[in-house]
Design a protein around this ligand. Structure first.
Ligand code: UD1
Length: 366
């Protein structure tokens, strides 16, 4: 099987690490690893590829800069050329990024089957580019690899035409191999803070409001925030020094996990970090009004607190020591083995959509 695999952003590099090790070791798969260049700084991409020993990329599209529309257009054009030339048997895309959507469009038009890893996640929030991206990718995919039964049910409700397999979460496979033990720290509590969503950081006044509330929370609770700053966020930072908030450069994966392991609370708008906090048993406050990781809310280990809400009170409540349900709804650490099996089985069966029925269907679209 000739498999193309696409990585565009920091989270795709991290979450793909274990799977790519298995794929590389599988003699019946010939891998073409394509980086799009959506993330291009060393500490947003290459650093993670080296740290997690991801195989060398075979193609670099280098089309990262530019507004999202231009960026997606450029990735689609460059990817179409690669796919037309290489004609892989399938192309794997991950999650919900612009790189993944642009690749899926290029592949679907080149009649190369799309495999979607992390299929079926839904925040039901169409204001988020990621929600638009993941829905479109799912409907273009011939093989959909879902992290949980909830994701599978979402796909069934939408009548996707590809084949769905629940495999668990490959991000947990990487986490469970890389994460240190949780540590109790004496003295003032540490809080891990990350922010990069456009709705939180593109407007300097909104970012200021969030940081002011977190600084207030620091004063009330003694928590000290460590804030590794994403390049998108850095552009809107006012330079004002806030008490209790320490800025840092983006961290490599193991350093981020080490920081999480000694944190008493995590405040974030990242998708992946909400799950990593659950796995590390750190209560999370998510600066958004929706999330695709609903299980974390249902279990009471994560709470939504968009910028205009009482973030201070949510931080206080997260710091209260009480019993919480940190059980893991996202697989058992062997998701990548299941993905590999699903890929090989689908390749053997011929990875394509079912043909439309020749008879008139009873219900439109069924
Ligand atoms: C993207 C993903 C998001 C993911 C996040 C992780 C989409 C729609 N969003 O958001 O789901 O959680 O990555 O980081 O794909 N920049 C740099 N250096 C870099 C990378 C980006 O300076 O290495 C700048 C870009 O030029 C751009 C801004 O940061 O101005 C945002 O980057 P972009 O890739 O558009 O989106 P993210 O916010 O990172």
């Amino acid at each position: 099987m000739r498999l193309a695999y696409v990585i565009g952003t920091r989270p795709e590099a991290i979450r793909s690490a274990r799977l790519l090790h298995l794929v590389e070791a599988e003699s019946s798969i010939e891998l073409a690893l394509i980086t799009t260049g959506q993330h291009y700084d060393w500490n947003m991409m290459q650093g993670f590829l080296e740290e997690l020993d991801v195989p060398q990329a075979t193609h670099h599209l280098e089309v990262g800069h530019g507004k999202p529309g231009e960026q997606m257009g450029d990735i689609t054009t460059a990817m179409s050329r690669v796919l037309e030339q290489d004609r892989p048997d399938a192309v794997c895309v991950f999650g919900d990024t612009n790189s993944s959507l642009a690749t899926a469009i290029a592949a679907a038009r080149a009649e190369v089957p799309v495999v979607h890893i992390e299929a079926g996640c839904r925040s039901f929030d169409m204001r988020m580019p990621e929600e638009i991206n993941r829905r479109l990718i799912d409907h273009m995919s011939a093989l959909l690899l879902a992290v949980s039964d909830v994701s599978k049910q979402n796909l069934e409700r939408e009548n996707v035409l590809g084949r769905t397999v629940v495999v668990g979460d490959p991000q947990f496979d990487v986490f469970s191999r890389e994460a240190p033990q949780r540590m109790e720290v004496s003295g003032d509590p540490v809080g891990l803070l990350t922010l990069h969503r456009p709705q939180n950081v593109d407007d300097a006044a909104t970012l200021d409001l969030i940081l002011q509330k977190l600084s207030n929370a620091a004063e009330k609770t003694g928590v000290r925030w460590i804030f590794p700053v994403h390049p998108r966020t850095r552009k809107s930072l006012s330079g004002k020094k806030l008490r209790g908030v320490d800025l840092a450069d983006p961290l490599l994966y193991r350093d981020l996990l080490a920081l999480l392991s000694r944190s008493s609370v995590c405040v974030t708008d990242s998708g992946g970090l909400q799950k990593e906090a659950l796995w590390m048993q750190v209560p999370c406050v998510t600066i958004r009004d929706s999330t695709e990781w609903l299980e974390t809310l249902w279990q009471g280990v994560n709470v939504l607190a968009p910028p205009w809400t009482n973030i201070e009170a949510e931080v206080q409540s997260a710091l209260d020591s009480r019993e919480r349900d940190f059980s893991n709804p996202y697989g058992d650490g062997t998701s990548c083995e299941r993905i590999l099996e699903a890929l090989l089985t689908s390749a053997a069966d011929g990875m394509s959509f079912p043909l439309p029925p020749l008879h008139a269907p009873d219900v439109a679209g069924v």
